[in-house]
Design a protein around this ligand. Structure first.
Ligand code: KIV
Length: 274
């Protein structure tokens, strides 16, 4: 059954943990969907793990639409959430609405996600009023890397923790149906989770959140990035490298392609060629 905003609401009410993974292409999204993940996030982390940028700032709305459309074609049951890239929602409510609309119409997203708190409540409210479900994103917000002075844990001081709680409440009040909490202390994430009626989805925010999200290249050992909060469920990167090396060796040695990988034609056709 297709996961919807109601699935998220019910999960919070019943205390069932929600699962979310990032994906950026059809094939990976299909595997995740078949595995039964509740939601697929087309994260702007695609700037790092797909496009090879050092941060997410250069990702465009066209990039997001392109990858989201591919993921949406595969997601039969998972709720597809698409990130609003840097500078696609900050300038004005009108621009935010237009760009979120494009992610829904052209990218076929089921919901959008944006980074930031209280200051973007007008954007969130306008989107929800226009029929666009919104996920908030607080804590380490990678689009603000230059303001934060690096990708570091957030909410460690009383002031910062209070601001995060206030932001979460503002997003809830504006109509966000879920809030991603990235890289904040587990105790603070648990407090926020209790303070809001919408589910929190944690990444580096401990077990007290209502759900978890991971970047799939990190959890499969593909990205070469192993932050403390990420559990690697497989070492697919090593398996891929070994397979690439075997292909190169076998091709160079003439082992591949073998007869079983080769098409044939009737001998009489060959004879008639000359
Ligand atoms: O872009 C992304 O992948 C994200 C997750 C880290 C939550 O926003």
């Amino acid at each position: 059954m297709k996961n919807t905003v109601l699935t998220f609401k019910k999960a919070k009410e019943e205390g069932t943990k929600l699962t979310m993974l990032t994906a950026y292409d059809y094939s990976t999204a299909r595997l995740m969907d078949e595995a039964g993940v509740n939601s697929i996030l087309v994260g702007d982390s695609l700037g790092n793990v797909i496009l090879g940028y050092e941060d997410t700032l250069s990702v465009t709305i066209e990039d997001m639409i392109h990858h989201c459309a591919a993921v949406s074609r595969a997601a039969k049951n998972a709720l597809v959430v698409c990130d609003m890239p840097f500078m696609s929602y900050e300038v004005s409510v009108e621009e935010a609405l237009k760009n979120a609309g494009r992610l829904m119409k052209e990218g076929r997203a089921n919901a959008v996600k944006l980074e930031g708190g209280e200051e973007y409540a007008p954007q969130v409210r306008a989107m929800v009023n226009a029929g666009i479900p919104v996920v908030g994103h607080l804590g380490l917000t990678p689009q603000a890397v230059n303001v934060l002075g690096g990708n570091r844990i957030q909410g460690k001081s009383v002031e910062a923790a209070r601001k995060l709680i206030k932001d979460a409440k503002a997003l809830e009040e504006a109509g966000a149906f879920a809030i991603v909490l990235e890289c904040i202390p587990g105790e603070l994430a648990s407090i926020i989770t209790k303070e809001v009626s919408v589910p929190t989805i944690g990444i580096g925010a401990g077990a007290g959140c209502d759900g978890q999200v991971l970047v799939y290249q990190d959890m499969l050992g593909i990205s070469g990035f192993k932050p403390k909060f990420c559990k690697q469920y497989a070492q697919i990167g090593e398996i891929m490298k070994e397979a690439f090396a075997s292909y190169i060796r076998e091709t160079q040695e003439g082992v591949f392609p073998s007869e079983e990988n080769t098409f044939t034609v009737d001998a009489e056709v060959l004879e008639k060629l000359y």
